[in-house]
Design a protein around this ligand. Structure first.
Ligand code: MN
Length: 743
């Protein structure tokens, strides 16, 4: 990794002046001077003046073309912690937004990462809280971390490893989740350099030794791609270039996919960046026409963007010289999002003043969410993106607040009772209800990130109710509720347990008094390792033993008996059925082929189901006698029948021996027309496979409007069966027409 050139404040100023107006450049200038004074007498571990660090951080942010608030916060992010300069000063001089970002970063820097599980959860919780106030807190933090990683060589080896670990486990995933891939890659590469220097330098060496060869290959491929898409009428600006491979991603693939360096590195990867979505698909079409796409490698992230907003078309084709060639196709706007992610949405926009008051901060925050959602072409509520960010980074946790502002961490799916028991057992036991964000909610409410949950309690409440066991999702709450019942009112438990068993027996159609005799109760209790039946019922009553299992033990004998009876009955019915079949066989004898067709008045005549309309049992059918090939059977509405009739062929009445069909499967040809979205074909296949085991052939044809016609031959038992399949296909999204075909 080449050493990045160190920036001066003048460099940063030039960078921001290239995209900000004068007023904003002045604000950035002011932040620099404020920071320079505050850090005046400090030096870094490297011995350099401290201010060099904030200048580099501001430079990274300016390089992302971030707004003035973010760049200012970059300059001042270390001031409060390191120099004691009051946050109030920043608030007064720079406004509440910048103060809030600086404050958030100060708080993050106080988090001491330890790599055990509880500490990780705590770290995540704090990061979440800092970030949820303003996502720019995290963007500044990532820039801070990036510069610290670039200068890590000045620290002791143990610190280098600790910080690299933290970067790889926490900050790189956050950068990824926020879609800021430029920062993510560099953080990963730098972390690997300190965590596994041997592998890191080995890969660097291998890359260098093959660079020329790779560049040559890529240049050849680029020329070929240019030729292939040359005839397209592409608007404006088209860029085609080789995609860089990152050291860490090569390393990870070698480790996780057990691949050789050459398998990963020598795979050619090219990116085509165009002006419009229409052009993306046009390029894709041209490439797929010229080279054979590799099956299963096409991904349409334009129609289905990734959760972090990423959009592109991905495909791998057998390219020039028969080598696999990975191609990404995207618009310039998609490219910006792919590289800078969330940061792209905070980038400075000409003509838009970035307000510094509270209301515009909030609306700006909502705006990011909105823009990302628009990118994803979904609009399931404005909080979704943050929810997505949070739930992915913070796995299966939700964080809610008490009215006093204490954060409570719970597993996802937790409700007010879980939270109540998390706060204190007594709070749980005396809960009477809950308010979320000021509104009364039912106790089965599922807590969402950031909810303010007010648990309502009453000292006179009678304690938990039994159905709470169904409302809680945490083990802690469930145990506490059971404990309550165990300790309190044993009599009630016995009573409740007994009642549950009685009810269940009745639900299953049994007469409870037949089973609940002292003798049987004692036997079941003993089987389940309880001393007495009362102990068993008490355990059921307080929820330790699921009642169904107990009922099954009571009814085990009778159910065995019933099963044997049913078996006998079924055998008897089968026997009867055979008899009936035998009686019908007289009629069946007339059937002259496996087709199950009876020709009126004729015996032993060969029949043939025509392939033009493929009749199936239940279809209205007609036959005509062909020369030497017996009776050709058609659907009555088949145009070929009319034609044959007119040409003088003799029609005969035919009918199905069994209009419901028998075990045989008959081929039916159907055609599905729809919009060729990603996954349509597999939806069709899945739907058919759900209904029949016989999908005998399938063919798809796409026209230039992305309409697809899928022809299927399926094996069905009868007309009803076919209609079920047709109905299921019609239910698929983007399917417009489903019909039977006559050839
Ligand atoms: Mn810093």
């Amino acid at each position: 990794m080449s050493r990045k050139k160190e920036l001066t404040h003048d460099d940063v100023k030039k960078m921001v002046a290239s995209y900000m107006n004068g007023e904003h450049v002045a604000l950035v200038e002011k932040a620099y001077h404020f920071a320079a004074v505050a850090h005046a007498n400090q030096v870094r571990k490297s011995g350099e003046p401290y201010i060099i660090h904030p200048i580099q951080v501001a430079g990274i942010l300016a390089n992302l073309r971030m707004d003035p608030e973010t760049v200012c916060a970059g300059y001042m992010h270390d001031i409060v912690e390191d120099t004691g300069a009051a946050l109030d000063d920043i608030k007064e001089l720079f406004g509440p937004t910048i103060a809030l970002i600086v404050d958030g970063d100060t708080k993050i820097s106080k988090i001491h990462y330890k790599s055990n599980k509880e500490q990780m959860a705590e770290t995540h919780r704090k990061l979440l809280l800092a970030m949820s106030k303003d996502i720019r807190v995290m963007i500044v933090k990532l820039a801070d971390r990036l510069h610290n990683m670039r200068t890590l060589q000045h620290l002791r080896p143990d610190k280098q490893r600790r910080i690299s670990n933290e970067t790889l486990e926490i900050y790189a995933p956050i950068a990824d989740r926020l879609g800021i891939s430029t920062i993510k890659w560099e953080l990963e590469d730098l972390s690997l350099r300190y965590l596994n220097p041997q592998q890191y330098y080995r890969i660097v060496h291998l890359m260098n030794s093959r660079r020329d060869q790779r560049v040559n290959y890529i240049n050849v491929a680029i020329e070929k791609v240019k030729a292939v898409i040359g005839d397209l009428d592409l608007g404006g600006n088209v860029e085609i270039y080789g995609r860089p491979k990152h050291i860490y991603s090569v390393y990870r693939k070698m480790v996780t996919q057990h691949k050789q360096f050459s398998e990963i590195y020598d795979l050619l990867a090219i990116r085509v960046v165009v002006d419009s979505i229409r052009d993306c698909y046009a390029v894709l079409g041209a490439i797929h026409t010229s080279w054979k796409p590799m099956p299963g490698r096409f991904k349409d992230y334009i129609a289905m963007p990734k959760a972090n907003g990423y959009q592109s078309l991905h495909t791998t084709v057998i390219g020039p010289e028969g080598r696999p060639l990975e191609i990404q196709i995207r618009t310039h706007k998609m490219h910006e999002v792919a590289e800078f992610g969330v940061a792209a949405h905070w980038a400075y926009k000409e003509g838009k003043t970035n307000g510094v008051d509270q209301t515009s901060r909030d609306s700006k925050k909502l705006n990011v969410v909105k823009e990302i959602l628009e990118l994803r072409q979904e609009s399931n509520g404005t909080d979704e993106f943050m929810q997505g960010v949070q739930s992915d980074i913070f796995a299966d946790k939700v964080y809610a607040f008490t009215p006093k502002g204490d954060a409570i961490e719970m597993p996802k799916g937790a409700g007010p009772l879980d939270m109540a028991y998390q706060i204190h057992t007594e709070v749980g036991n005396h809960t009477t209800g809950a308010k979320v964000n000021g509104r009364i909610v039912p106790l089965n409410y599922e807590i969402k990130n950031g909810d303010i949950v007010d648990i309502l309690t009453s000292s006179s409440s009678a304690g938990p109710s039994r159905d709470w066991l169904d409302l809680v999702s945490t083990r802690r709450a469930r145990n506490k509720i059971r404990q309550f019942f165990r300790l309190h009112n044993r009599e009630e438990n016995i009573e409740a347990g007994l009642r549950m068993i009685e009810n269940l027996l009745r639900d299953h159609g049994f007469n409870s008094s037949d089973f609940l005799t002292a003798k049987q109760e004692a036997k079941v209790a003993q089987q389940m390792h309880y001393n007495t039946a009362e102990d068993l019922f008490a355990a059921i009553g307080f929820g330790d033993v699921p009642p169904l299992g107990v009922v099954n033990r009571f009814t085990a004998d009778i159910r065995k008996q019933q099963k044997a009876d049913r078996q006998r009955q079924a055998e008897k019915e089968l026997l009867e059925e055979h008899k009936t079949l035998d009686q019908q066989s007289e009629k069946k004898r007339l059937t002259t082929s496996n087709d199950g067709i009876i020709v009126e008045g004729v015996d032993n005549l060969l029949t043939r189901l025509s392939h033009c309309c493929s009749p199936i049992p239940g279809d209205d059918i007609v036959g005509y006698i062909t020369k030497g090939r017996g009776v050709s059977v058609h659907r009555r509405d088949c145009p070929n029948v009319k034609a044959s009739e007119q040409s003088g062929q003799r029609l005969v009445s035919v009918y199905w021996a069994n209009p419901q069909g028998d075990k045989t499967n008959y081929d039916a040809d159907i055609e599905v027309q729809g919009y060729n979205r990603n996954g349509l074909l597999s939806d069709v296949v899945r739907t058919v496979n759900n209904k029949t085991r016989y999908l005998n052939s399938i063919n798809g044809k796409v026209d230039h409007n992305r309409m697809v016609t899928i022809s299927l031959t399926v094996g069905v038992r009868n007309l009803n069966h076919l209609q079920l399949i047709e109905a299921a296909l019609k239910n698929l999204a983007d399917v417009y027409v489903v019909k039977r075909v006559i050839h």
